[in-house]
Design a protein around this ligand. Structure first.
Ligand code: IMP
Length: 180
């Protein structure tokens, strides 16, 4: 089955293309804007977007909503991650956490998929910590997120990110669901 990933984010697309290839799922990309609803749930954001796009798209496709949830900030920036990143960036997040000892955080990825017959939401999560300074490259919050069990940020260690990221986990579930 040819599956289309509807996203305006090239980083997400490249990561999904590479990971899904491992499961013999080949994807194409389309960039159709989808107005994000205001909700604290990535799952709800992704599913609402899927349902809106189903009016325009007549082939199997999926969308993804992701976010960084920081414990000491009560889950902020969460579903606002993209907007917050544009406004205050990683430096802004580090400033908010300057005095904070508890640096636990997690990334969530919610994929909503339509296979032509059914819809489904698949969730991936990775737990970790926010670093004390910017380290490495990558996109978005990669330079400040350290996955549990590692000492390096996603920005410093692409390999680790590829093995354990929230998106890896949701995409694996997507491949399994497609192949069911
Ligand atoms: P959205 O899913 O388009 O709403 O965007 C989520 C935002 O969360 C992105 O724009 C990034 O700022 C951040 N984000 C999501 N996944 C990652 C990741 O794998 N690394 C770094 N930042 C991420």
């Amino acid at each position: 089955m040819k599956l289309t990933f509807i996203t305006g984010n090239q980083h997400k697309f490249r990561e999904a293309e590479r990971i899904l290839k491992e499961y013999n799922v080949i994807i194409g990309r389309k960039d159709i804007n989808c107005e994000e609803i205001r909700s604290e749930s990535c799952e709800e954001v992704a599913l609402t977007c899927l349902r809106l796009l189903r009016r325009k798209v007549n082939k199997p496709f999926f969308v993804e909503d992701s976010g960084l949830f920081i414990k000491a900030l009560d889950g902020f920036p969460g579903t606002l991650s993209s907007w917050v990143f544009k406004k205050i960036g990683n430096e802004g997040i580090l400033k908010l956490l300057r005095e904070e000892q508890i640096r636990d955080a997690y990334f969530l990825s919610a994929i909503a998929v339509w296979d032509g017959r059914k819809e489904k939401v698949l969730i991936g999560r990775v737990d970790g910590y926010i670093s004390r300074e910017l380290r490495g490259k990558g996109f978005g919050y990669d330079p400040i997120f350290i996955p549990a069990g590692s000492e390096k940020t996603f920005g410093e260690d692409e390999k680790i990110k590829s093995l354990c990221s929230h998106r890896r986990n949701s995409l694996k579930k997507l491949a399994e669901w497609i192949g069911r």
